[in-house]
Structures are given as structure tokens and as C-alpha cells.
Ligand binder design. Structure first.
Ligand code: SF4
Length: 273
């Protein structure tokens, strides 16, 4: 919604506010980036020591936090939108240690080591999309691994374990990037441990997942027209359950920060007037 609100007086600030992530989200983004860089260097013949991994983690996490703090300061100084409840953050040692531990846990995981040790592995950019029946889908794997006659599409989910149905949908959409016999390997971080799910989704599962994407698109297009040029965010429905808000990056500017049920009741009233 920030994209279409950029012509509104405070739209640019809103757009930048959407970029402000919580330190917790930045920590998990760093884990992902570190693992991607590690694999890329490994494939090029450079194997990091634990000391190097720790130093890179510290550096990358600090950089992300510094960027966040600078954006926050800029928006707060302009004062056009109220985000006074958001604090600046610094890279705390215990968070760095937690991130380093999670990164080491995956690169030393037997399943991950076996991918690195045999065949070839290639990093895929998250912006790589694929067109399926006229719909552009962004759900790229993080790596594609090949050995003789086999292809494995690897996805990292550092923000926790998905529900079984969501994980299955993600696997089905990942299949769009592979061949009929590709294997999907999903690593999900839960309490510093990586759980692994290996599947080969069927055509039916891929088609079902694509039907949901089409339905989602229709809903998004409807919302776009409701929000319109006046940036009327009151018309955007809030989440059904508070669980959805837990990892939401715009929670601090969402009315639900003071209680989802209350915010929904207020929104309902606004929509009825
Ligand atoms: S905090 Fe919850 S209700 Fe608000 S935008 Fe995020 S998911 Fe939706």
C-alpha cells in the first residue's frame, strides 16, 4: 500500500516507515544473509572459520540496525507521521550470539553439509520471479542444488515453522522453479534448531496453490481500488487473528498495536458511516 500512497503528502514517509523492521526481524534476516553468503563462498572454494562467521554476522547485523536507526531518525525528525513509540536499537551481544549459533547450526547440519559436499549449488536471488499461466510469482528458492540426475530446491525459513498447510503451499509454489522430479527441501528455524521437510509436491498441489495465488491477486486488486488516490487505509482489512500480527513489520504503525479486536471494531464503525 506504501507504493500507491507515495503521492499522498505523508506517503513517502509511510513508504519508508514500512522499511523499518524490528531488531528481531533484522536478526533473522541476518541469519539468512550469512547462510547465503557462506554457501556462495563455499561454492567458490572459500570455507569460513567460525571466527570469520562471527565477525561477518556482527558486521552485517550492525549495518542493518544502523540503516534502520537512520531511517527512523529521519522520519521522526520530519514529524509528519507519528512513530514516537519506536526506539533506536543497537546490536546486543546476546542477539549476535543467538544469530551466530543459529547460522552455525544450519551450516553444520548433516543434511546441509551433504548438499555442500557433493554436486553443485547455486544461490538464487529472492527477486527472481517466474510466470505461471500469466501470473508472475515471487517465491524463489534460496539455492538450487544439482547432482547427477537430481535437482533439489532449497528454501530457508528463518522466521519460524509454518503451519503444515502453509509449508505445503510454499513447497508447491517452489516447484514452479524446478522440474517435475525436483525435490523441495525446506529448513525452518524453531527455537534455534532447524527442522527439515523434504517433499516432492504433486501437480494437484501446485495447481491448488496457484488457484489461491489468483484469489489473493483478485483481493489485492479490489483493495487497491478501495484505498485509491486518497490513501484511505481505513478500508484495508485488519488480520483475522492476533497471531498474524506477531511478526508483522508494520505493527508499530498499525491500529492493532493497541489491541486487534478494538482496532477491528473501530474500523468496522468507520466503514459503516
Ligand atoms: S499488525 Fe496485524 S492487523 Fe496490522 S497490518 Fe500487521 S498483520 Fe495486519
Amino acid at each position: 500500500m506504501g507504493e500507491i500512497s507515495q503521492h499522498h503528502p505523508s506517503g513517502q514517509d509511510l513508504l519508508h516507515a514500512f522499511e523499518i523492521q524490528t531488531p528481531w526481524i533484522l536478526l533473522h534476516q541476518t541469519i539468512r544473509l550469512i547462510v547465503l553468503d557462506y554457501v556462495e563462498d563455499y561454492a567458490n572454494g572459500t570455507i569460513w572459520s567460525v571466527g570469520l562467521l562471527r565477525a561477518k554476522f556482527d558486521n552485517d547485523f550492525t549495518q542493518l540496525l544502523n540503516k534502520r536507526n537512520a531511517t527512523l531518525k529521519r522520519i521522526q525528525e520530519k514529524g509528519r507521521i507519528n512513530i514516537s513509540n519506536v526506539q533506536r536499537s543497537h546490536a546486543e551481544t546476546h542477539l549476535i550470539e543467538m544469530g551466530v549459533e543459529a547460522s552455525i547450526n544450519i551450516i553444520q547440519h548433516p543434511e546441509f553439509v551433504s548438499l555442500l559436499k557433493q554436486g553443485s549449488i547455486k544461490r538464487i536471488e529472492p527477486t527472481q520471479s517466474i510466470i505461471s499461466n500469466g501470473v508472475r510469482v515471487y517465491n524463489s528458492p534460496d539455492f538450487i542444488h544439482h547432482t547427477e540426475g537430481t535437482e533439489t530446491l532449497v528454501k530457508l525459513n528463518p522466521f519460524g515453522e509454518f503451519s503444515a498447510s502453509r509449508r505445503q503451499r510454499q513447497a508447491a509454489l517452489l516447484m514452479l522453479y524446478g522440474g517435475k522430479d525436483s525435490t523441495i527441501l525446506q529448513f525452518s528455524l524453531q527455537q534455534r534448531r532447524w527442522n527439515i521437510k523434504k517433499t516432492i509436491p504433486t501437480d494437484v498441489e501446485v495447481n491448488d496453490a496457484m488457484s489461491l495465488v489468483r484469489l489473493d491477486l483478485e483481493q489485492m486488486e479490489k483493495l487497491y481500488s478501495l484505498v485509491g488516490k486518497n490513501n484511505n487505509l481505513d478500508k484495508v482489512p485488519l488480520a483475522d487473528s492476533y497471531r498474524s500480527c506477531m511478526n508483522c513489520q508494520v505493527r508499530f504503525i498499525c491500529p492493532s498495536k493497541d489491541g486487534l479486536e478494538r482496532a477491528k471494531a473501530e474500523q468496522f464503525t468507520l466503514m459503516c458511516v
